[in-house]
Ligand binder design. Sequence first.
Ligand code: SF4
Length: 1008
Amino acid sequence: MDSLPLLADHPYASFLDQVEKPARYAGGEVGSVVKDWASVEARVCLAFPDVYDIGMSHLGFKILYKLLNDDPRTLAERCYTPWVDMEAQLVKRGLPLVSLESARPLRDFDVVGFSLQFELTYSNILTMLHLGGVPLRSADRGEDDPIVIAGGPTATHPEPIAPFLDAIVIGDGEEKATEVALAWARLKREGVPRRERLVAIARLGAVYVPSLYATRLDPDTGFEVVDRPLASGIPFPIERALVDLNKYPFPDESPTGGPEAIFDRMSIEIARGCTEGCRFCQAGMIYRPVRERDPEQIVDTVMRAVQRSGQDEVSLTALSTADVSCISPLIKKVTERLTAERISLGVSSLRAYGLEPDLLDELKRVRATGLTFAPEAGSQRMRDVVNKNVTEEQLLETAERVFSRGWGKMKLYFMIGLPTETDEDVRGIVETGARAAGAGRRAAGKGKPVDVTVSVSTHVPKPHTPFQWAAMDTLGEVGRKQRLLKDTVRPYRAVTLKTHEAHVSVLEGIFARGDRPLADVLERAWRHGARFDSWEDKLDLAVWEEAFTHVGVDREKYLGTLPVTARLPWDHIDVGLEEGFLAKEYRKALQSRLSPPCGKVAGTFVHHTNLDDAKADARRLVCYDCGVACDMTQMREERLTFLDRLGAHRRSLPVLTDAGAAPPAAAAGPSGAPASDGGAERESVGGAERESVAATEPKSGDDREPSRAEGEAPHRARRIAPAPKGRGGFRYRFRFEKAGPMALLGHLDVVRELPRVLRRVGAPMTYTAGFHPKPDMTFSPALSLGVISLDEYVDLRLERDLDPAALDALVAAMSAASPRGLVFSGAVKLGPEDPSLSKLIAGARYALAFARSAIGGDAEALLAARCSAALSAASLPIRREIDRLAKMVDVRQYLVRAEVGGPEVHAALARAGLVGDLVALEVEVDIRGSGAVKSSEVAAVITGEPGEAPGAITPPPHRAVRLQLFGRTSPAGSAAGERFSLFDLERARRVKPAPERTAALPLAADAE
Ligand code: SF4
């Protein structure tokens, strides 16, 4: 049975605390926008086909959310895939999937817009449509249904999901999102029939409306390909949209303060596109040309974002951050500004060379435990094939630099299953790792630990890349190569090998190069339970096997080598590349020939870091005429302008370049293209090429980051940590309430949020000393999820000395800057003599509220009798289970008082948002250094049926409110002393803690 609703008027209110991480569904974060539906012309639900924790890190989502909400004509709300437990609840209760902001079903919006990041999220799209009340297939939608659109990297090869989508935006979404939403809503208001509306949307350009195109079977491949348009005036092929990024500054605010996202930092996109041309990387092909944001704009955005979010870490991201032209001076500039604010800087995909030495040395002061690099292949020949032109010498040099600077770990990412791969290349992966470990050992010095992790995933050929025609390894072949890796690694103790589940990659490969008939397979698999297929522990292969067999689709045709001349299921999507460019790159790959980076000076792999050098270098920039037609003059000019704006006028220190390696032999040919590909040498430390695989394995136990937002580089790179402060500053005790959505937020999330609230209001905290400095604070004992509190405390240290008036103003400002449900109600300054919370807290008072109907009869009399019985019992045992370990707890040892609650308790319940015909108990319990009891355990032993086994006692549905935390004038456990407020410092100073009380309060698991 359900508990009393925690969120007023929310359709999930009565059962939210029965699901894992309920705050995923509650909304109310700082920066979330709730607009009046009547005030706008078009309402958009941004739908992310994965769980909240992953979707919240997605940069594209943040861009569109801000853009649509800043526009007075539109609003955007968010919805993420409900986790399986929540889906089960919604199905059981017949409730729709609703948005976070206004709790409206998806079917109520004008537009439902999905983000297509990864093929294995497609089944989640069907879950969201179905639960949101929207017919699954475009063909089944009626006049009043929303338009279901999608965009993102896999939108460039959308056929397997096409029948479920009304329209697909190709390319950058910044302009199209608003244009489509407004056009659709206007046409709907005007009463234009749905099909005509779709034709009008298709005519906007850069929008593919699958139902308006005929398909045919290609005799060469057996693929169903898109043949021709069915309406006049609609594009064929469909060209992508491309925006000037500087017209759309990266958002400086987005929702924050909910459950922890996988990338829990303020990520700022500094460039889109990539110069490197890795042949397996789809993002590097479809986001061309590289477009860099104005560095002044980046610095401003970073500073505003930090202030608004309160986050203590900023990450500068791009597909290959190291190859952004002004990255070195930009990092310096951002670091200068952030250091003053004690904010860490994370830079993804940063080279270990090509940077000035002082910057490299800064990287020693990190909190990260290791560094990651992506050589991708284990032999020079193979790296030439994939166009990852790092040499082994550079990699070993990098290992020396890393380990000599004090890091003990290094991680290297590789792939197996690349075209032309031999067993020698596969063994070379482990051997490269072993040589890196050897170089590291020599550099680290005697006795220093050196650990090199070699993480090996399976290559998935992706559309719109030079490898789109290449065969994917069969499962058997992947297994054989993985065994070969395991055999090879055995003698190398300093190398840790990690491999990945190949079934996930094979399914991804089928859907990446798939055609429309796969839509039937997808729907069948989904109807039989396919969910969260990118999560290794959720992928149900049997369901997919059955679906392929039932629909009669031969998987092999999607996995083999494809003829270069064949029509492909994604040929009608034009991402801007010249016909023939990909095929030329494929041929070069098969001949192990490199194509050095484009957009850089011929023969170099590192951009100039100062204006003098950049101006003096008149050499042409490399270009392969790939089709996107970069303006090389403008590119060069823009870089000079950016260096000028950053004040990087002359070289201040010698640059560590890729000089140790032989200079590339490539000389510029026509259009700046190299006449020869030989000799190109550089290092790469990650990059977008991982995108296809990076999103595969959340929670799989694998150490790769589970999913990556668009433009988010995969490797957690170096972070410049704030200077340790030690226990300086000024001590304060704050009181706060935790209700509504905050009662659904885990204790650790609240602990994470508080320093951010303080940064948002400009009251920075001091940090603990040591290698991992943390905000200096102590919280009152943790609450179970769903328990409201009107009386929580935290002791913390702030940098500033505040008088009482300033403290009151700070308290008010903190409430205004907090997520919904977190309210600060007071603060006092503490002196050195004032005992900490952990030594003071002796007990708690709770209200346990029950719906009168759940108790039945004369509820008050019944509960009064149960209270008397409980208090006269010698023991009240209950079985407590934590992480599948059970222990017996005697609740009676902690129970001090239990009685039917009076008017004061009912007033408190109303303040906590609990209304209705309620009957309440007021209970008082001890909190000791050795332990405590949960309010649910107290409710169970008082209201459980007499004679029930301790492990089986379930209380009637109720809601607990912590009314008060207090100290006692005599040691805890005696119950004899008087209670006193934790703000009563006079009495607090006179109390001697019980001998058993140490500095620590009970652990979160058994505290309340
Ligand atoms: S046009 Fe030339 S410089 Fe621009 S992305 Fe294509 S190859 Fe690179």
